[in-house]
Design a protein around this ligand. Structure first.
Ligand code: PMP
Length: 362
């Protein structure tokens, strides 16, 4: 059976080559006769693999030497609480941009750990669609412990493509659905974090890239496994890490290097997104509600002219080998998530199907 093109938002499609390699060595990792899941995380072979995965991620993202790369537990939401606990005090104010559903969840979580979450701005409806309010209008606090935003809102399909300028507080970014998808200047950030299940590997795992000067500030009640300083000191092995997720993420990093790294990925991702948005824009059968400057290149929500056709669309897409297209329950319609592992051929197949569906139903 041919594997379908999987447009799921996360857990999401992983590169076929990575899955094949993992399958080939599943019962006998590096000819050891046992699985990578069955050996100690202190075993020299595992430690070497873990260090290589970190190095590969550092190479891919050009992470400067004064940043720690941490492999954390608890996915993206784990970081929603780790961030305020690690770099803000209970009496502090923190600034958040609210650009969509995931920003909103992050705000509600941070509110448990600090004195005030100041929401600096959000989205607005313009004649060209939903946009993020202009930075000049953001109501920044005088002394925020940090500024948090989500550059790519996975559910809303809204993205902020420019790194905010002129913000004094350390920038913290939830890059769960955009990490590794295009070049990025890591040095602009205090912390970058991401749940793994979109562009990295299995769910429940997370990466946090933390600037050294932000270590050592954790609130007293921070659980030890979520304490960046402890995890930095212990090489992300304070407790037993998710060894399989670490291994699989390492395979994805190797794969990314073979594809030509993040520059090559960025070009391909621009191409994939443009193909889909251009088709949607010229059609009067499909629509995308986001202002062109704020459209996500990873998650493309779209509506059919008549929502009564949604279930037929999904059924026929599945028959043509395309799955995971149902929109998030908060938004409805469709959503095509086109992360790194989605080949251009997958987006081409989707556009071809959309044309055919329009022809027979438009
Ligand atoms: N942030 C963003 C932008 C996300 O898309 C998600 C998950 N879809 C999360 C955070 C939460 O991640 P997790 O489910 O791993 O906690």
């Amino acid at each position: 059976m041919n594997a379908p093109f999987n447009f799921s938002a996360g857990p999401a499609m992983l590169p076929a080559e990575v899955m094949e390699q993992a399958q080939a060595e599943f019962r006998s990792w590096r000819n050891s006769g046992i699985s990578v899941m069955e050996i100690s995380h202190r075993d020299p072979a595992f430690m070497q693999m873990a260090a290589q995965a970190e190095q590969d991620l550092r190479d891919l993202m050009s992470v400067p030497a004064n940043y720690q790369v941490l492999f954390m537990h608890g996915g993206g939401r784990g970081q929603f609480s780790a961030v305020p606990q690690n770099i803000a005090g209970p009496g502090d104010t923190v600034d958040y941009l609210n650009s969509g559903i995931w920003s909103d969840f992050a705000i509600r979580e941070a509110d448990k750990y600090v004195s005030k979450v100041n929401v600096v701005g959000g989205t607005e409806l313009t004649p060209q669609g939903k946009a993020i309010s202009a930075p000049e209008t953001w109501q920044l606090s005088d002394n925020a412990a940090y500024f948090h935003y989500c550059p790519n809102e996975t559910v809303d399909g809204v993205a902020l493509h420019q790194i905010p300028e002129g913000i004094r507080a350390p920038l913290v970014a939830d890059m769960s659905s955009t990490i590794l998808s295009e070049p990025l200047d890591v040095s602009r950030f205090g912390i970058i974090y991401a749940g793994a299940q979109k562009n990295i590997g299995p769910s429940g795992f997370a990466i946090a890239i933390v600037r050294d000067d932000l270590l050592g500030k954790a609130q007293r009640n921070t659980s030890t496994i979520m304490d960046y300083s402890v995890q930095a000191k212990d090489g992300s092995m304070y407790n037993t890490p998710n060894t399989f997720a670490w291994y699989l993420s390492g395979l994805v990093f190797e794969w990314l290097k073979r594809q030509g790294g993040i520059n090559a990925m960025g070009e391909l991702n621009h191409k994939k997104a443009a193909l889909l948005y251009n088709y949607i824009d010229q059609s009067d059968f499909y629509s995308n509600p986001i202002h062109p400057d704020f459209r996500s290149r990873m998650n493309v929500p779209f509506m059919l002219a008549d929502e009564r056709l949604d279930s037929a669309f999904l059924k026929q897409a599945a028959e043509r080998g395309m799955v995971g297209l149902k929109g998030h329950r908060y938004v409805g319609g469709m959503r095509a998530s086109i992360y790194n592992a989605m080949p251009l051929a997958g987006v081409e197949a989707l556009v071809d199907f959309m044309k055919d569906f329009q022809k027979s139903n438009g």
